[in-house]
Design a protein around this ligand. Sequence first.
Ligand SMILES: *[C@@H]1O[C@H](CO)[C@@H](O)[C@H](O)[C@H]1NC(C)=O
Ligand SMILES: *[C@@H]1O[C@H](CO)[C@@H](O)[C@H](O)[C@H]1NC(C)=O
Ligand SMILES: *[C@@H]1O[C@H](CO)[C@@H](O)[C@H](O)[C@H]1NC(C)=O
Ligand SMILES: *[C@@H]1O[C@H](CO)[C@@H](O)[C@H](O)[C@H]1NC(C)=O
Length: 395
Amino acid sequence: MANTISYLVLFYMFSDCLTQCSQNDIKNGDSPPIKTLNFTQIAAQVGYAVNEYDVTTQDAYILKLFHIPGDKTKPVLLMHGIIDSADTFILRGNTSLAVTLSRAGYDVWIGNTRGNRYARRHIYLHPENDVEFWDFSFHEYGLYDLPAIIDFILDQTGEASLSAVGHSQGSTNFLVLGALRPDYNEKVKVLVALSPICFLANVKNVASLMLQSVSILDQIYQITGQEELFGDETSLGQLFRAVCGCKGSYSVCAYGIFFPVAGSDPEELEPDFFPTIVAHYPTGTSRKNAVHVSQLGIKEKFSNFDYQWRNVDIYNSTTPPEYELSNVTMKVALLVGRNDQISTIKDVELLRSKLPNVVEYKIIHHKKFNHIDAVWGRNMYKYLFPEILKVLKNI
Ligand SMILES: *[C@@H]1O[C@H](CO)[C@@H](O)[C@H](O)[C@H]1NC(C)=O
Ligand SMILES: *[C@@H]1O[C@H](CO)[C@@H](O)[C@H](O)[C@H]1NC(C)=O
Ligand SMILES: *[C@@H]1O[C@H](CO)[C@@H](O)[C@H](O)[C@H]1NC(C)=O
Ligand SMILES: *[C@@H]1O[C@H](CO)[C@@H](O)[C@H](O)[C@H]1NC(C)=O
C-alpha cells in the first residue's frame, strides 16, 4: 500500500512537470535544453587541460578516468555518487571541487563507475545486447572498479597511496573496497566521505518513500526486461531531461523532486544553474544497484546483495553476509549536513561508531547543507572545500 502511494506520488510529480514544462515552452518560445558538454570540455572552459585514460577492470569493464595534472606526489581521486559521473565535480567551473584541488596543487583524478555515460563499455559484453553487462551494484564498484582505478593512478604517479574524496555512494564504494580487499586500505591515505552512505535506517520523508518505491520500479523493470536505469538514452532519462531541462521547470523539478529527496537549499542550487545540472544528471546505473541501495534501507544493515531464495546457493546462508566495517582500516573523514534527508546524522554516527579509523567527523556549518550541496552548491568553495583541504593537508 505504502509502495503504491509512493509510486503515485512519483508519477504525479512527473506528470505535473510535463504539463508545466510544455506550457512554459509555449509561453516563452524556449530554446531546447542546454547542450551537454563532457568533462574535458567543461574544464577547458575554465582554462584547465585534462588527460583522458581508459582503465580496464579485472572483469573487463572499461572506465574513463579524467586527470588534471598537478604535483605527482599528491594524487587525489574523486568518486561520484549514484546515477552520477565525473562531471559532477567540475560543473561549477572555477568554484568546483576538481578545480579547487588543482589550484591547491593536487594531482586530481576523477573516476567513473561502470554503467554511467563514461563507462558503458566492456571488452566482450555489450550494454544493449547483454543483460550480464548490468549485473552489478555498488558491490562491484568497490570490488573491481576502485582497485583498477587506484592501481592505475599509483602506477602513473609512482606513489604508494592516494587520497580520496567520495560523494554519497562514492564513499560507499570505498567501504566495500576496504572490507573486501584489505590490502587496499594501505593504498588509500585518507577517504574524505561527503554525505556518506552506509546505513540507511533514518532516511527522511520523501527520500524514504523513494527507497520504498524502488521495489515497484524493480518489478516494472523486470517485467519489461530493462536493466539500465536512468541511462542517457533510456526513456526515463530522456523524459527527465525533457521535463526538467527547460527553463521554468525549476519550481517544479527543484522544489518538486531534488529538494524533497535531498533536502531543500535553494540558495545553493539557484535557478540559473539548475539546467546545467539537468543536462548532466542523472546518468546510467543498473537496476540492481538501485535495488541494493534500497535493501540497505529496508534491512538497516550494510550487507551484500540479497538474492533471497538464491542466497543459499550464492552465500551458503539464507541471509547475505554483512560487509565487515571493522576491516575498513583506512583513515576516514566523515562530513555531514543537518539538512541531508538521505545521509542523516543518525546514520552517519552509526557508521562512525563502527569504523576503526575515523580521523575527522564534522557537521558542516552551513545549516541547510543537504545531500547534493557538496557537489553542486554555489558557495561550497567557501563552506566545504576548506574543510576538505584541511583534512588532506593534515594526513
Ligand atoms: C570530450 O570532447 C572532446 C572534444 O569534442 C573530445 O575530444 C573527447 O574525446 C571527449 N571526451 C569524452 C570522454 O567523451
Ligand atoms: C571564478 O571566476 C569568476 C569570473 O572569472 C570570478 O569572478 C570569481 O572570483 C572566480 N572565483 C574563484 C573562487 O576563483
Ligand atoms: C576481516 O578481518 C579479520 C581479522 O583480521 C579477518 O579474519 C577476516 O578474514 C577479514 N575479512 C575479510 C573479508 O577480509
Ligand atoms: C555451508 O555452511 C555450513 C553451515 O554453516 C557449513 O557447515 C558448510 O561447511 C558450508 N559449506 C560450504 C561449501 O562452505
